[in-house]
Ligand binder design. Sequence first.
Ligand code: ACO
Length: 400
Amino acid sequence: SVDISTFMKQTGYSTLDSGFVNTAATKSAITYIDGDQGILRYRGYPIEQVAENSTFLETAWLLIYGELPTADELKSFDERIRRHTLLHEDLRRFFDALPANAHPMSVLSSAVGALSTFYEDTMDVHDAAQVELQTIRLLAKLPVIAAYAHKKSLGQAFLYPDNSLSFVDNFLKLNFGTMAEPYVINPVLSKALERLLILHEDHEQNASTSTVRLVGSTEANMYSSISAGISALYGPLHGGANEAVLKMLADIRDSGQGVARFVERVKNKEDGVKLMGFGHRVYKNYDPRAKLVKESADEVLAALGVKDELLDIALELEQVALSDEYFISRRLYPNVDFYTGIIYKAMGFPPRMFTVLFAIGRLPGWIAHWREMNLDKATKIGRPQQLYIGSPARDWPTDR
Ligand code: ACO
């Protein structure tokens, strides 16, 4: 028996798999998905149990190190992250160079890329202590960078992190606190955000994680690899869908044409319009995360006393789509992004921050994959093939 690449070389065959629909690029022990059954597990633990029982940082540890932490391990992980939240003062000033109306996702990827300019010492990807430091710095600093991207868009002063607070509360304070008044923690917001971040922590070889792995396979450091992952997440077919869903719901409301007419436009593929927040490359069943997010949407809106007509439109859209042959035959169900925007909006985040919140959630997964890949001695640089369809060889024209 020969391995597949030897077989391909020997026979001259190549596989054309546009979009990697049927090609595994790696083995991984981090996350298991069964898209037909709607199953998602982190290191073997069902997502429903993780979301019910864990915290964002405990789940991050599980994904990155493979097992649940002991109480002491978790405490020291949390403390190390709290100690690294401050940004270099020059990095704070880096934000001044960017336009105030810049999309926060562009700000996020630029500032994370810029982190590697501050930590030139971290270029050896095989140095375990350095890899550990990059892990802690990214977990500590990404929420601060994200909050500054938000504050910059509002023209408000940046706050320093408050390391007496938990990961989630610190992040909420950095976003919604001001210099003028003390920040009051709202436990409803904290609990809901913690849960949403947990649900986003990993999703195996999605576009952004595959990007992190591809960039990381060149032995680029973690900051550069994750900056590339953030850029991949930005697109509306991936993480950008949560922002696009809210825009779609608001457009349906403002057009006054109703849900049925919008669904007709989707089915007729008018102007390429899609039902954003529906469909998934892997799930051909209800996305288990979407079920949990939907529960949270009801809880959070009730607890905050918010009535949002966009939630009613979303519920109606889901009902219409799930009983329509177009969606049934294509096995299109709500994905994780369908209801998240409604919760983020109720919390007070502007739509342009929604994908940034996804990025904070996904960070532990990106780190876990980068580390898994770099630990694996069998990793090769990622280098897809192509089937050339251009001109055959020809001579440069002599009359030019
Ligand atoms: N609305 C309408 N039709 C859709 C949708 C949708 N949201 N998604 C897929 N379809 C249709 C396609 O047009 C295609 O129909 P056809 O056979 O008549 O041409 C069929 O369903 C299969 O779709 P593909 O595009 O081949 O599916 P693929 O796996 O390549 O795409 C994707 C998956 C990108 C998620 C797609 O479903 C989509 O664009 N959804 C909307 C954007 C979105 O919500 N993205 C977030 C994904 S989850 C995440 O990244 C966190």
